[in-house]
Design a protein. Structure first.
Length: 406
């Protein structure tokens, strides 16, 4: 059952009209609804001009559409437009914080806390910062159910050396939904800054950035039914005001003389060069699409699909599921291994039947090591995922077992 049958809303994804296509790789990138494709094309065909410079009507129109889209994106997650910075992707947003905030706030003897389940995008920037400054990385362990321990967090925070706690909202492998508001509150009480990686959360559940209260919250447009080339950093105003620019050049300045430069106000101070204009407009349409469906309904649907998938997959004796056993503790994805076949073989054989899943380390090599596996197969869900899609996955796994099993 797709969400459309629950909500009576029309889910029009042109790519899913391809005969037999079963797309279970939305955690890698989401497919795009027709309204988003149309918004991108419509902007380029009828409204295209650069922003922040032209005074002719077409440029004023482009400016207005760009500003309205930023406001819509911010409002969607309960953030302020001035505190909503447009980047290239989530990875660049994290690097912005690492370079700009990190250069002023982290030094030898300080500590940065990550979980063992972070995506490389939320590991490597901090690892590099520690290597350059002499700060220490501390890893919050994930247990056999994919959960982190708040007691271990408190233990790490107790010596007052922690400058940053950077945690994923939803793990892209385990699916675990972390208690991010609680983590933020504990970190703040200990004087540490916080960054939440919401890349796997924003399109799948209600997210209220203000209620979570993190200093920085990042996500990425292409996983949220938007185009590639756009990511979002929400930052608390006082943090962003105090930080130096990340990239420098056009657009991020107020004045430039032969000797000196003064910087633009927020959010432009962190947006050097021409921004992804059409992509921002299209992401505005994408969040409007999710808002129209209703974030609670999206979450209910994906939780129901996840429960259905967990139930079906745990009946396969050769299969081991990673992460929490309950769908309510998970986002809309399930990673697993099969005793008899390598994940790449699993994905390749499923692909022969047009069942699209991801196989590999999912940019989480430290987590793979912790789990004691080289790779997993991951099926991930979206608003268009139906129980029939899960049935196709299970049937395909049956064929994999026929080929590789004893
Ligand atoms: C949890 C998580 N964080 C960050 C990223 C990086 O996103 P992007 O490649 O769009 O920067 C991903 C992408 O897979 C992700 O799953």
């Amino acid at each position: 059952m797709a969400i459309a049958t629950q909500t009576a809303l029309d889910l029009d994804f042109p790519i899913l009209e391809q005969e037999g296509l079963v797309y279970l790789d939305s955690a890698a990138t989401s497919q795009k609804p027709r309204v988003v494709i149309d918004a991108l094309g419509d902007f380029l065909a009828h409204h295209n001009a650069n922003v922040h410079r032209g005074v002719y009507p077409l440029a004023v129109d482009a400016d207005q559409r760009f500003n309205a889209a930023r406001a819509q994106i911010a409002q969607f997650v309960g953030a302020e437009p001035a505190e909503t910075i447009i980047t290239k992707n989530a990875t660049e947003a994290i690097n912005l914080v690492r370079y700009s905030w990190g250069s002023q706030n982290v030094g030898a003897g300080d500590a940065i806390i990550l979980t063992e389940a972070e995506h490389h995008s939320n590991i490597v920037p901090w690892q590099q910062l520690c290597a350059q400054t002499g700060a220490e990385l501390r890893w919050l362990e994930v247990d056999h159910e994919g959960m982190v321990s708040l007691e271990q967090l408190d233990g790490f925070l107790a010596d007052g050396r922690t400058k940053m706690v950077a945690v994923t909202h939803v793990s892209n492998v385990l699916g675990t939904i972390n208690p991010v508001a609680e983590i933020v509150a504990r970190a703040r009480a200990a004087g540490a800054a916080t960054l939440i990686d919401g890349s796997q959360a924003v399109p799948h559940m209600p997210v209220d950035v203000a209620a979570i209260g993190a200093d920085f919250y990042v996500w990425t447009g292409h996983k949220a039914y938007g185009p590639t080339g756009i990511g979002i950093l929400h930052g608390r105003r006082e943090m962003l005001e105090a930080m130096p620019p990340f990239l420098t050049g056009g657009d991020m300045i107020k004045t430039v003389s032969f000797d000196d430069t003064t910087f633009n106000e927020l959010p432009f101070k962190f947006e050097a060069g021409t921004p992804p204009i059409a992509e921002t407009v299209a992401l505005g349409t994408a969040v409007g699409f999710i808002a129209e469906l209703g974030t609670e309904r999206v979450r209910d649907h994906e939780q129901a699909i996840t429960a259905y998938a967990l139930d079906a997959l745990c009946r396969i004796p050769e299969l081991t599921i990673q992460g929490p056993s309950e769908a309510e503790q998970r986002g809309g994805l399930v990673s697993f291994t099969l005793d008899c076949a390598h994940p790449h073989d699993v994905a390749e054989i499923l692909g022969r039947d047009q069942v699209c899943v991801r196989a590999g380390h999912h940019c989480t090599q430290p987590l793979m090591k912790k789990l004691g596996v080289g790779a997993t197969t991951r099926a991930s869900f979206a608003v268009h995922t139906s129980t029939e899609d899960i049935d196709a996955l299970v049937a395909g796994l049956g064929r994999v077992i026929e080929i590789f099993g004893d």
